[in-house]
Design a protein around this ligand. Structure first.
Ligand SMILES: [Fe+2]
Ligand SMILES: [Fe+2]
Length: 359
């Protein structure tokens, strides 16, 4: 019997890829996504404690908060308070939705603790502005609490993509409010609304919202990298049906929305250019129009493992840039693990999806 040359066998073995290209199982993809999320969460937790550990009462000079802000600006502050008032609902629902994921559900607890401070901070602006009586504010709070917020999406993929846009939109709302409080607004009704304490408050929350945005953006990239077709479809759905949270349950939501629009803080223009456009670029898409055009062309067929696939999906967005971003995320996690010693016990490792546009 002919015996194969050992050196050839060894060479073949060395050349054999450690996984079949494009054929990572769903279980393996889910494991990689979970490792990425869990690692990012540990990094996030340390950073949140070190850099953003502000207190809604003690970090601001409330006694010197202005008591003569315009009624328009006070309406805006009431709106922010109302939206942030549902932090317990947001937290409960998102923990339930993601409870199978360690990294994600732990993150939602910390996220909830940060969002909770936002409602306390906006509450302080309402109380110290003296625009309404404490009794009025209490009544308003009770009215808001009669309603329960429900998620617009109840699966982790759509839910994650939704919060990417929602956190970015919220950040924008607060940054534009800080512009008013810094005296940089061109709206005549806000010309006397300069207040450095309000500016500091709005900017402090905006930094938290930016941290939330980037956390969810990283998760969205992990989904986009390992499940490109499903994620593109979900992305399309989420943008199409997007609305800011709780607007359907806040009693004076219409009035609040109109004021945000008139004050130049947030409206359809801001949503399109500063939310959708920015988030899509961060995800490797050229524009919303490209996403819409592309999604119509793509016909997705599930393979035997349940993965949706059509290689034309890679014409829609820059898959290579997503891969680069995901590799960077794993690099960040690895660096953190080295800093705290976890690298010696359970190091997180990147694994290529094996997919991508044909060269
Ligand atoms: Fe918030
Ligand atoms: Fe947030």
């Amino acid at each position: 019997m002919l015996k194969p040359d050992q050196s050839i066998l060894q060479e073949l073995e060395e050349q054999r890829p450690s996984f079949a290209p494009g054929l990572l199982s769903r279980a393996e993809k889910d494991r990689l996504i979970e490792r990425g999320i869990a690692g990012l969460f540990r990094w996030y937790q340390a950073r949140s404690q070190a850099k953003r550990n502000w207190n809604p009462d003690r970090s601001f000079d409330w006694r010197n908060f202005r008591t003569d802000l315009s009624p328009e600006l006070n309406t805006v502050l009431e709106g922010f308070y109302a939206v942030e008032q549902y932090a317990p609902d947001y937290t409960v629902r998102t923990i339930q939705m993601n409870r199978r994921s360690y990294g994600r559900s732990q993150f939602q607890i910390r996220w909830g603790s940060e969002e909770e401070k936002h409602s306390d901070l906006w509450l302080n602006t309402l109380l110290f502005s003296r625009y309404r009586s404490p009794e009025w504010i209490e009544d308003y709070q009770n009215t808001l609490r009669e309603q329960v917020w429900q998620t617009p999406w109840d699966d982790p993929l759509h839910g994650t993509l939704y919060v990417v846009f929602q956190e970015r939109a919220t950040q924008l709302n607060y940054l534009n409010t800080a512009i008013i409080a810094r005296g940089k607004s061109d709206k005549p009704e806000h010309k006397d609304d300069i207040d450095p304490i309000l500016a500091q408050a709005a900017e402090t929350i905006a930094i938290d919202e930016a941290a939330h945005y980037y956390f969810f953006l990283e998760i969205a990239r992990l989904f986009l990298y390992y499940y490109p077709a499903e994620t593109v479809e979900a992305l399309f759905d989420v943008i199409k049906h997007f609305a800011m949270p709780a607007l359907d349950i806040i009693p004076n939501a219409k009035q609040l929305g109109e004021q945000l629009y008139r004050s130049g803080i947030y409206g359809p223009r801001e949503f399109s250019s500063d939310v959708v456009q920015v988030a899509l670029r961060n995800l490797g898409f050229e524009s919303r129009a490209a996403l819409t055009r592309g999604i119509k062309k793509t016909r997705l067929v599930p393979d035997e493992d349940g993965n949706l696939f059509d290689s034309s999906i890679f014409e829609l967005f820059d898959y290579n840039s997503v891969e680069l971003a995901v590799k960077k995320l794993f690099g960040k996690v690895q660096k953190y693990e080295q800093e705290v010693g976890l690298d010696a016990i359970k190091p997180t490792e990147f694994k290529s999806s094996g997919m991508g546009p044909a060269e």
